[in-house]
Design a binder for this molecule. Structure first.
Ligand code: COA
Length: 337
Protein backbone atom coordinates (compact mmCIF):
# COMPACT_ATOMS: atom_id res chain seq x y z
CA UNK A 1 0.00 0.00 0.00
CA UNK A 2 1.21 3.51 -0.77
CA UNK A 3 2.09 5.52 2.29
CA UNK A 4 2.46 9.27 2.57
CA UNK A 5 5.94 10.46 3.57
CA UNK A 6 5.62 11.85 7.08
CA UNK A 7 6.78 15.36 7.82
CA UNK A 8 9.48 15.86 10.45
CA UNK A 9 10.03 19.16 12.17
CA UNK A 10 12.52 20.76 14.53
CA UNK A 11 12.82 19.30 18.05
CA UNK A 12 11.77 22.58 19.64
CA UNK A 13 10.81 26.16 18.78
CA UNK A 14 11.71 29.51 20.34
CA UNK A 15 11.14 33.22 19.87
CA UNK A 16 14.35 34.46 18.24
CA UNK A 17 13.66 38.19 18.16
CA UNK A 18 10.91 40.75 18.58
CA UNK A 19 10.32 44.21 17.14
CA UNK A 20 7.64 46.83 17.58
CA UNK A 21 6.17 49.98 16.07
CA UNK A 22 4.52 52.66 18.19
CA UNK A 23 2.51 55.24 16.19
CA UNK A 24 3.77 58.81 16.27
CA UNK A 25 0.62 60.53 17.60
CA UNK A 26 0.64 60.59 21.41
CA UNK A 27 -2.84 61.20 22.81
CA UNK A 28 -2.88 62.21 26.50
CA UNK A 29 -6.04 61.69 28.57
CA UNK A 30 -6.71 65.43 28.29
CA UNK A 31 -7.48 64.91 24.57
CA UNK A 32 -10.18 62.27 25.09
CA UNK A 33 -12.00 63.47 28.22
CA UNK A 34 -14.21 66.22 26.78
CA UNK A 35 -16.08 63.93 24.38
CA UNK A 36 -16.90 61.44 27.19
CA UNK A 37 -17.38 63.87 30.10
CA UNK A 38 -14.53 62.27 32.03
CA UNK A 39 -11.30 63.33 33.73
CA UNK A 40 -7.63 62.40 33.67
CA UNK A 41 -7.98 61.33 37.31
CA UNK A 42 -10.96 59.00 36.63
CA UNK A 43 -9.25 57.34 33.67
CA UNK A 44 -5.99 56.81 35.55
CA UNK A 45 -7.76 55.47 38.62
CA UNK A 46 -10.04 53.04 36.68
CA UNK A 47 -7.61 51.90 33.98
CA UNK A 48 -4.07 53.09 34.77
CA UNK A 49 -3.90 54.73 31.33
CA UNK A 50 -2.08 58.10 31.15
CA UNK A 51 -1.81 58.29 27.37
CA UNK A 52 -2.21 56.16 24.26
CA UNK A 53 -1.00 56.32 20.67
CA UNK A 54 -3.30 56.63 17.70
CA UNK A 55 -2.01 56.08 14.19
CA UNK A 56 -1.87 58.78 11.52
CA UNK A 57 -3.42 57.95 8.11
CA UNK A 58 0.04 56.91 6.85
CA UNK A 59 0.54 54.50 9.75
CA UNK A 60 -1.54 51.71 8.28
CA UNK A 61 -1.82 48.14 9.56
CA UNK A 62 0.58 47.08 6.80
CA UNK A 63 3.06 49.91 7.37
CA UNK A 64 3.25 49.36 11.15
CA UNK A 65 3.57 45.58 10.68
CA UNK A 66 6.42 45.87 8.19
CA UNK A 67 8.28 48.33 10.43
CA UNK A 68 7.96 46.06 13.49
CA UNK A 69 8.88 42.96 11.45
CA UNK A 70 12.07 44.48 10.03
CA UNK A 71 13.32 45.13 13.56
CA UNK A 72 12.34 41.61 14.71
CA UNK A 73 14.14 40.03 11.73
CA UNK A 74 17.30 42.05 12.33
CA UNK A 75 17.36 41.20 16.04
CA UNK A 76 16.75 37.52 15.27
CA UNK A 77 19.50 37.48 12.65
CA UNK A 78 17.02 35.99 10.17
CA UNK A 79 16.52 37.26 6.62
CA UNK A 80 13.11 37.81 5.04
CA UNK A 81 13.84 34.99 2.54
CA UNK A 82 14.14 32.56 5.46
CA UNK A 83 10.54 33.26 6.53
CA UNK A 84 8.22 30.45 5.39
CA UNK A 85 5.03 31.74 6.96
CA UNK A 86 3.57 35.06 8.12
CA UNK A 87 0.74 34.99 10.65
CA UNK A 88 -0.98 38.31 11.34
CA UNK A 89 -3.27 38.61 14.36
CA UNK A 90 -5.58 41.60 13.97
CA UNK A 91 -9.22 42.63 14.18
CA UNK A 92 -8.75 46.10 12.73
CA UNK A 93 -7.57 45.59 9.17
CA UNK A 94 -10.66 46.95 7.51
CA UNK A 95 -10.24 45.11 4.22
CA UNK A 96 -11.50 41.65 5.05
CA UNK A 97 -9.90 39.98 2.07
CA UNK A 98 -7.23 39.35 0.92
CA UNK A 99 -5.34 38.77 4.16
CA UNK A 100 -3.03 41.68 4.98
CA UNK A 101 -0.39 39.05 5.82
CA UNK A 102 0.07 38.42 2.09
CA UNK A 103 0.91 42.07 1.39
CA UNK A 104 3.23 42.19 4.41
CA UNK A 105 5.04 39.00 3.31
CA UNK A 106 5.53 40.54 -0.14
CA UNK A 107 6.70 43.94 1.09
CA UNK A 108 9.21 42.31 3.43
CA UNK A 109 10.65 40.32 0.54
CA UNK A 110 9.83 36.80 1.66
CA UNK A 111 9.99 34.07 -0.94
CA UNK A 112 6.22 33.83 -1.37
CA UNK A 113 5.80 32.75 2.27
CA UNK A 114 2.47 31.26 3.33
CA UNK A 115 0.54 34.19 4.79
CA UNK A 116 -2.78 34.50 6.56
CA UNK A 117 -4.62 36.55 9.18
CA UNK A 118 -6.17 35.23 12.36
CA UNK A 119 -9.01 36.80 14.34
CA UNK A 120 -8.69 36.09 18.03
CA UNK A 121 -8.85 39.71 19.22
CA UNK A 122 -6.61 40.52 22.19
CA UNK A 123 -5.53 36.86 22.42
CA UNK A 124 -4.39 36.81 18.77
CA UNK A 125 -0.65 37.17 19.33
CA UNK A 126 -0.52 34.26 21.81
CA UNK A 127 -2.59 32.15 19.40
CA UNK A 128 -0.06 33.00 16.68
CA UNK A 129 2.92 32.05 18.84
CA UNK A 130 1.28 28.71 19.72
CA UNK A 131 0.55 27.97 16.06
CA UNK A 132 4.06 28.96 14.99
CA UNK A 133 5.62 26.67 17.59
CA UNK A 134 3.50 23.72 16.45
CA UNK A 135 4.04 24.41 12.72
CA UNK A 136 7.81 24.48 13.21
CA UNK A 137 7.85 21.33 15.36
CA UNK A 138 5.50 19.65 12.90
CA UNK A 139 7.78 20.47 9.95
CA UNK A 140 5.43 22.79 8.05
CA UNK A 141 7.76 25.78 8.34
CA UNK A 142 11.30 26.72 9.33
CA UNK A 143 10.95 30.31 10.46
CA UNK A 144 7.65 32.10 11.06
CA UNK A 145 6.83 35.74 11.58
CA UNK A 146 4.02 36.30 14.08
CA UNK A 147 2.60 39.82 14.05
CA UNK A 148 0.06 41.40 16.40
CA UNK A 149 -1.18 44.68 14.96
CA UNK A 150 -4.14 47.00 15.50
CA UNK A 151 -5.54 50.35 14.45
CA UNK A 152 -8.34 50.24 17.00
CA UNK A 153 -8.76 54.02 16.71
CA UNK A 154 -10.60 53.29 13.44
CA UNK A 155 -13.13 51.19 15.36
CA UNK A 156 -13.41 53.36 18.45
CA UNK A 157 -16.34 55.69 19.07
CA UNK A 158 -14.73 58.73 20.69
CA UNK A 159 -18.08 59.49 22.37
CA UNK A 160 -18.41 56.07 24.04
CA UNK A 161 -17.59 56.45 27.75
CA UNK A 162 -16.85 52.75 28.14
CA UNK A 163 -14.21 52.39 25.39
CA UNK A 164 -12.95 55.76 24.07
CA UNK A 165 -10.14 56.05 26.62
CA UNK A 166 -9.05 52.39 26.42
CA UNK A 167 -8.28 51.36 22.85
CA UNK A 168 -5.13 52.26 20.92
CA UNK A 169 -2.89 51.42 17.97
CA UNK A 170 0.48 49.74 17.38
CA UNK A 171 2.31 46.66 16.12
CA UNK A 172 4.56 43.97 17.52
CA UNK A 173 6.30 41.15 15.66
CA UNK A 174 8.15 38.01 16.72
CA UNK A 175 10.37 35.74 14.67
CA UNK A 176 9.76 32.15 15.78
CA UNK A 177 12.24 29.51 14.67
CA UNK A 178 13.76 26.10 15.41
CA UNK A 179 15.66 25.56 18.63
CA UNK A 180 17.71 22.82 20.34
CA UNK A 181 15.94 23.44 23.66
CA UNK A 182 12.29 24.37 24.38
CA UNK A 183 11.70 28.11 24.15
CA UNK A 184 7.89 28.07 23.97
CA UNK A 185 5.82 26.10 26.46
CA UNK A 186 2.52 24.31 25.81
CA UNK A 187 -0.36 26.66 25.13
CA UNK A 188 -3.44 26.74 27.34
CA UNK A 189 -6.17 28.25 25.21
CA UNK A 190 -9.92 28.32 24.83
CA UNK A 191 -13.02 30.40 24.37
CA UNK A 192 -16.25 31.17 26.17
CA UNK A 193 -18.67 31.90 23.35
CA UNK A 194 -21.56 32.15 25.80
CA UNK A 195 -20.13 35.62 26.50
CA UNK A 196 -19.72 36.44 22.78
CA UNK A 197 -21.65 39.70 23.20
CA UNK A 198 -19.49 41.31 25.90
CA UNK A 199 -16.92 42.84 23.51
CA UNK A 200 -17.91 43.14 19.87
CA UNK A 201 -18.57 45.42 16.95
CA UNK A 202 -21.88 47.22 17.34
CA UNK A 203 -23.15 46.01 13.99
CA UNK A 204 -21.95 44.31 10.81
CA UNK A 205 -21.35 45.89 7.40
CA UNK A 206 -24.85 44.99 6.13
CA UNK A 207 -26.32 47.07 8.97
CA UNK A 208 -24.00 49.93 8.03
CA UNK A 209 -24.96 49.87 4.36
CA UNK A 210 -28.62 48.85 4.66
CA UNK A 211 -30.89 48.38 1.66
CA UNK A 212 -32.59 50.83 -0.72
CA UNK A 213 -35.80 50.33 1.29
CA UNK A 214 -34.10 50.59 4.67
CA UNK A 215 -30.89 52.64 4.64
CA UNK A 216 -28.18 51.58 7.09
CA UNK A 217 -26.57 53.60 9.87
CA UNK A 218 -23.73 54.86 7.66
CA UNK A 219 -21.56 54.75 10.79
CA UNK A 220 -18.35 52.77 11.35
CA UNK A 221 -19.17 49.50 13.14
CA UNK A 222 -17.52 50.62 16.37
CA UNK A 223 -16.42 48.36 19.20
CA UNK A 224 -18.69 48.17 22.22
CA UNK A 225 -17.95 46.53 25.55
CA UNK A 226 -19.68 45.66 28.80
CA UNK A 227 -16.84 46.66 31.07
CA UNK A 228 -17.99 45.23 34.40
CA UNK A 229 -18.51 41.57 33.41
CA UNK A 230 -15.34 41.64 31.28
CA UNK A 231 -13.42 42.88 34.29
CA UNK A 232 -14.76 40.13 36.58
CA UNK A 233 -14.22 37.38 33.99
CA UNK A 234 -10.65 38.50 33.30
CA UNK A 235 -9.64 38.58 36.94
CA UNK A 236 -11.28 35.39 38.18
CA UNK A 237 -10.98 33.10 35.17
CA UNK A 238 -7.66 34.20 33.68
CA UNK A 239 -5.61 33.76 36.88
CA UNK A 240 -6.55 30.05 36.73
CA UNK A 241 -5.56 29.83 33.06
CA UNK A 242 -2.22 31.44 33.88
CA UNK A 243 -1.60 28.81 36.55
CA UNK A 244 -2.46 26.04 34.08
CA UNK A 245 0.11 27.42 31.62
CA UNK A 246 2.76 27.33 34.36
CA UNK A 247 1.75 23.77 35.30
CA UNK A 248 1.84 22.55 31.71
CA UNK A 249 5.32 24.04 31.24
CA UNK A 250 6.47 22.32 34.44
CA UNK A 251 7.45 25.56 36.16
CA UNK A 252 6.09 27.52 39.11
CA UNK A 253 5.46 31.22 39.70
CA UNK A 254 8.71 31.25 41.73
CA UNK A 255 10.66 30.36 38.58
CA UNK A 256 9.28 33.30 36.60
CA UNK A 257 11.35 36.39 35.85
CA UNK A 258 8.68 38.36 34.04
CA UNK A 259 4.89 38.38 33.71
CA UNK A 260 3.55 39.83 30.46
CA UNK A 261 -0.25 39.86 30.59
CA UNK A 262 -2.40 41.44 27.89
CA UNK A 263 -2.41 45.16 28.58
CA UNK A 264 -6.18 45.49 29.03
CA UNK A 265 -6.37 47.54 32.16
CA UNK A 266 -3.91 48.19 35.03
CA UNK A 267 -6.47 47.08 37.63
CA UNK A 268 -6.89 43.73 35.86
CA UNK A 269 -3.09 43.29 35.73
CA UNK A 270 -2.75 44.03 39.47
CA UNK A 271 -5.70 41.81 40.44
CA UNK A 272 -4.38 38.89 38.36
CA UNK A 273 -0.89 39.17 39.85
CA UNK A 274 -2.49 39.11 43.32
CA UNK A 275 -4.77 36.16 42.53
CA UNK A 276 -1.77 34.23 41.15
CA UNK A 277 0.27 35.08 44.25
CA UNK A 278 3.19 36.15 42.06
CA UNK A 279 6.40 36.48 44.08
CA UNK A 280 7.56 40.10 44.55
CA UNK A 281 10.65 39.62 42.40
CA UNK A 282 8.64 38.88 39.24
CA UNK A 283 8.72 41.97 37.01
CA UNK A 284 5.27 42.84 35.64
CA UNK A 285 4.60 44.53 32.27
CA UNK A 286 2.76 47.84 32.66
CA UNK A 287 2.99 49.27 29.16
CA UNK A 288 -0.73 50.12 29.30
CA UNK A 289 0.01 53.37 31.14
CA UNK A 290 1.75 54.85 28.10
CA UNK A 291 0.25 52.80 25.29
CA UNK A 292 -3.41 52.03 26.08
CA UNK A 293 -4.99 48.71 25.10
CA UNK A 294 -3.65 47.69 21.70
CA UNK A 295 -5.38 44.28 21.61
CA UNK A 296 -3.28 41.81 19.56
CA UNK A 297 -0.22 44.10 19.67
CA UNK A 298 -0.15 44.57 23.44
CA UNK A 299 2.03 41.64 24.53
CA UNK A 300 4.96 42.17 22.13
CA UNK A 301 4.79 45.94 22.74
CA UNK A 302 4.87 45.38 26.51
CA UNK A 303 7.71 42.85 26.38
CA UNK A 304 9.74 45.09 24.09
CA UNK A 305 9.46 47.97 26.53
CA UNK A 306 10.60 45.70 29.39
CA UNK A 307 13.66 44.65 27.36
CA UNK A 308 14.44 48.27 26.48
CA UNK A 309 14.09 49.32 30.14
CA UNK A 310 16.32 46.46 31.35
CA UNK A 311 13.42 44.77 33.19
CA UNK A 312 13.65 41.67 30.96
CA UNK A 313 16.72 40.13 29.39
CA UNK A 314 17.53 37.32 27.02
CA UNK A 315 16.92 33.91 28.60
CA UNK A 316 14.47 35.17 31.22
CA UNK A 317 11.42 32.98 31.86
CA UNK A 318 8.24 34.85 30.94
CA UNK A 319 4.53 34.09 31.18
CA UNK A 320 2.26 35.44 28.44
CA UNK A 321 -1.51 35.52 28.96
CA UNK A 322 -3.98 37.25 26.67
CA UNK A 323 -7.76 37.46 26.62
CA UNK A 324 -10.51 39.48 25.02
CA UNK A 325 -13.42 39.43 22.58
CA UNK A 326 -14.97 36.05 22.02
CA UNK A 327 -14.23 35.59 24.85
CA UNK A 328 -11.02 34.00 23.56
CA UNK A 329 -7.87 33.44 25.61
CA UNK A 330 -4.41 31.88 25.37
CA UNK A 331 -1.38 31.61 27.67
CA UNK A 332 2.10 30.13 27.43
CA UNK A 333 5.48 30.24 29.13
CA UNK A 334 8.31 31.44 26.87
CA UNK A 335 11.99 32.30 27.05
CA UNK A 336 12.69 35.97 26.34
CA UNK A 337 14.75 36.23 23.10
N1 COA B 1 -15.51 58.79 32.74
C1 COA B 1 -16.06 59.17 33.90
N2 COA B 1 -17.01 58.49 34.54
C2 COA B 1 -17.47 57.37 33.94
C3 COA B 1 -16.97 56.92 32.71
C4 COA B 1 -15.96 57.67 32.12
N3 COA B 1 -15.37 57.30 30.95
N4 COA B 1 -17.59 55.77 32.38
C5 COA B 1 -18.48 55.51 33.36
N5 COA B 1 -18.40 56.49 34.31
C6 COA B 1 -19.15 56.60 35.55
C7 COA B 1 -20.53 56.01 35.43
O1 COA B 1 -21.46 56.97 35.02
C8 COA B 1 -20.79 55.56 36.85
O2 COA B 1 -21.17 56.67 37.62
P1 COA B 1 -22.22 56.53 38.84
O3 COA B 1 -21.56 55.64 39.85
O4 COA B 1 -22.39 57.94 39.32
O5 COA B 1 -23.45 55.92 38.25
C9 COA B 1 -19.41 55.12 37.36
O6 COA B 1 -18.46 55.80 36.52
C10 COA B 1 -19.19 53.64 37.29
O7 COA B 1 -19.57 53.16 35.99
P2 COA B 1 -19.23 51.73 35.49
O8 COA B 1 -19.73 51.55 34.10
O9 COA B 1 -19.68 50.74 36.53
O10 COA B 1 -17.66 51.82 35.44
P3 COA B 1 -16.57 50.76 35.92
O11 COA B 1 -16.18 51.02 37.31
O12 COA B 1 -16.99 49.37 35.53
O13 COA B 1 -15.36 51.17 35.00
C11 COA B 1 -14.27 50.32 33.07
C12 COA B 1 -15.46 51.09 33.60
C13 COA B 1 -14.43 50.20 31.55
C14 COA B 1 -12.99 51.12 33.39
C15 COA B 1 -14.21 48.95 33.75
O14 COA B 1 -15.43 48.28 33.64
C16 COA B 1 -13.15 48.08 33.20
O15 COA B 1 -11.98 48.35 33.38
N6 COA B 1 -13.54 46.96 32.54
C17 COA B 1 -12.63 46.08 31.88
C18 COA B 1 -12.44 46.59 30.52
C19 COA B 1 -11.26 46.04 29.84
O16 COA B 1 -10.17 46.06 30.35
N7 COA B 1 -11.47 45.56 28.64
C20 COA B 1 -10.47 45.09 27.82
C21 COA B 1 -10.56 43.61 27.75
S1 COA B 1 -9.67 43.06 26.38
Amino acid sequence: MTTITPQVGAPHAAILGIGTYRPSRVIPNSEVIDAIDSSDEWIQQRSGIRQRRWATPEETVQMMSVAASRIALERAGVSAEQIDCVIVATVSHLLQTPAVATAIAHELGTNQAAAFDISAACAGFCHGVAMASDLIRGGSAGHILVIGVERLSDLTDVYDRGTAFIFADGAGAAVVGPSETPGIGPVVWGSDGEQFDLIRQREDWRDVVGTPEQPGSGQMPHLIMEGNPVFRWAVFTMAKVAQQALDRAGVSADDLDVFVPHQANMRIIDAMAKAMKLPEGVRIARDIAEQGNTSAASIPLALDRMIADGEAKSGDLALFIAFGAGLAYAAQVVLVP
